[in-house]
Design a protein around this ligand. Structure first.
Ligand code: ACO
Ligand code: KIV
Length: 512
């Protein structure tokens, strides 16, 4: 096996990940995720795009102030205004602050989008890097749409930005077009043709439009790349990015043929995945590699028999290696605060005393209605009682009558921006009546794009979990809610989505 190489893990969940439709996070939510990334021990956290909005600027600043350990990056276009704004937020991370500036280099992007000549793009790239170097010695430059860029021009840009002071040069597959052999050749070409290539770390940033983001990233390492950009659960623009958990676990599991290491504490992967789903409302598909609900489940008799004899017969990694701990205390109505707090801590939640108390009261109420409380129930409780408390619209109480005889009616009482309001409304069904009542009370015109209901765990006493996707003025948000009563869960999800929409609109308005 050739020499060991440490790979830099650059997490962009809070920037490219946030570009997933509906994944917008507020400042507190971003900070919560950043703390989890700190526990994972990623090398770099890309915290946002500071010039995009006041909210994003504040989030990057707060993360730069609070997170110790990982470097903090902020994205900016090649214009000086973007770079200045990025550093204004990143300066709080001191030497750990990284300016990440970019411009597209493919013919289609230069001609059709930027309407710039290649020479102008080259000049803008060099000037951006030089300007960023005026602030920090930690500058990353990305050639957007590198995979569709003519290779001699790509090499020219890479050489020029390294000469200008870029310490990391990123080669993104912006549209997820590459296949592994080809991506290997692109990185190899740069290694062979760029004179000063060893003066910078070569990074890759792969999108998943063909489902090849992880494979392409691994191929690039073989050709000499030293940094992988990735996101938790693979979220990101369109089909998403290279998934952190997949690429890191591939490196750990197949270390026999890939002599590369990372510093990621993989035991925090499962909690990171769950926390992100809870915060964004974007759940993980059951068959998702590494973190899906079925990733360590065995259905077929032959498999079950094998696993009973030796789990390695059908498991190529252990659940414990990603922090999925099967040996846990069973929580139920006879459990006390000690076991409850211990479980929350195992799940990665660090809560204030008063948050724990509120969550515990809700836990006891749920445990009265339900035999066993699962981790997913605890996630829903934390989401409702801790993560979503500072909201503009709150459900106070509701009652819905429905059936095959009387017209479905929802009576709803809400706190709307500090004012107690009540209404009774008829609907085509109970959910329709509840949603109409919420719309009347909040005055919202958002369009309902998707409504889904499921059970958090098995059994008829399971909590119902609802997901609601709303759109308004071209913006899309996802809301989630959970409750033993699925109509109440639906109302909570709708209200959660309205709160997210309000905060997205407010952040955008503040930045204009
Ligand atoms: C591949 C990626 O993922 S890149 C990151 C994508 N992420 C985002 O876009 C999210 C954040 N973006 C935003 O909030 C907004 O797009 C802003 C604040 C950056 C810009 O908003 P606006 O000024 O309204 O411009 P808009 O988004 O409509 O158009 C983009 C402008 O940036 C220019 N541009 C695009 N990329 C670059 C670049 N790398 N360097 C310089 N200019 C660029 C475009 O040519 C266009 O310029 P124009 O306004 O002179 O025509
Ligand atoms: C700005 C770059 C890194 C990017 O997100 C992309 O090209 O997909």
């Amino acid at each position: 096996m050739s020499e060991q190489r440490k790979i830099t893990i650059f997490d962009t969940t809070l920037r490219d990940g946030e570009q997933s439709p509906g994944a917008s996070m507020n400042i507190d939510e971003k900070l919560r995720i950043a703390h989890q990334l700190e526990k994972l021990n990623v090398d770099v956290i890309e915290a946002g795009f500071p010039i995009a909005s006041i909210g994003d600027f504040e989030a990057v600043k707060k993360i730069a102030q609070s997170i110790k350990g990982p470097q903090i990056a902020g994205l900016c276009r090649s214009g000086f205004k973007d770079i200045d704004r990025a550093w204004e937020a990143l300066q709080y991370a001191g030497e750990r602050g990284r300016i990440h500036t970019f411009i597209a280099t493919s013919d289609i992007h230069m001609e059709r989008k930027l309407q710039m000549e290649p020479a102008q793009v080259l000049e803008a790239a060099v000037k951006a890097v030089e300007h960023a170097r005026g602030y920090t010695g930690n500058v990353e430059f990305s050639c957007e749409d590198a995979v569709r860029t003519r290779l001699p021009f790509l090499a020219e840009v890479v050489e020029a930005v390294i000469a200008a002071g870029a310490t990391t040069v990123n080669i993104p597959d912006t549209v997820g077009y590459a296949i592994p052999f080809e991506f290997y050749e692109i990185i190899k070409y740069l290694k062979d043709h760029v004179k000063n290539i060893d003066d910078a770390v070569i990074s890759v940033h792969c999108h998943n439009d063909l489902g090849l983001a992880v494979a392409n990233s691994l191929a690039a390492l073989r050709a000499g790349a030293g940094q992988i950009e990735c996101t938790i659960n693979g979220i990101g623009e369109r089909a998403g990015n290279c998934s952190l958990e997949e690429v890191v676990m591939a490196l750990r599991t197949r270390h026999d043929i890939m002599p590369y290491t990372t510093d990621v504490n993989t035991e925090h992967i499962y909690n990171a995945s769950r926390l992100l789903s809870t915060v964004t409302g974007i759940s993980v598909q059951p068959n998702k590699a590494v973190v899906g609900a079925n990733a360590f489940a065995h259905e077929a008799g032959i498999h079950q028999h094998g696993v009973m004899m030796d789990s390695a017969t059908y498991e190529i990694m252990t659940p414990e290696s990603i922090g999925l701990n099967r040996n846990k205390l069973v929580l139920g109505k006879h459990s006390g605060r000690h076991a409850f707090i211990a479980r929350l801590e195992e799940l990665g939640y660090e809560l204030q005393k008063e948050d724990i108390e509120r969550a515990f009261v809700r836990f006891k109420a749920l445990a009265d209605a339900k035999k066993e409380i699962f981790d997913e129930d605890l996630d829903a409780i934390v989401a409702d009682e801790v993560i979503r408390v500072d909201e503009r619209f709150k459900l106070l109480q509701m009652n819905v009558s429905s059936g095959s005889f009387a017209a479905p009616t929802a009576t709803m009482e809400m706190d709307v921006e500090g004012e107690r309001k009540k209404v009774a409304v008829l609907g085509a069904g109970p959910v329709d009546a509840a949603f109409k009542a919420i719309r009347q009370l909040t005055g919202s015109n958002a369009e309902l794009r998707q409504y889904a209901v499921g059970a958090i765990t098995g059994g008829t006493d399971a909590q119902g979990e609802c997901t609601v996707r709303l759109s308004e003025g071209g913006r899309e948000v996802i809301g989630q809610g959970a409750d033993e009563d699925i109509i109440v869960a639906s109302a909570k999800a709708y209200i959660n989505a309205l709160n997210k929409m309000a905060s997205v609109i407010e952040r955008k308005r503040a930045s204009l």
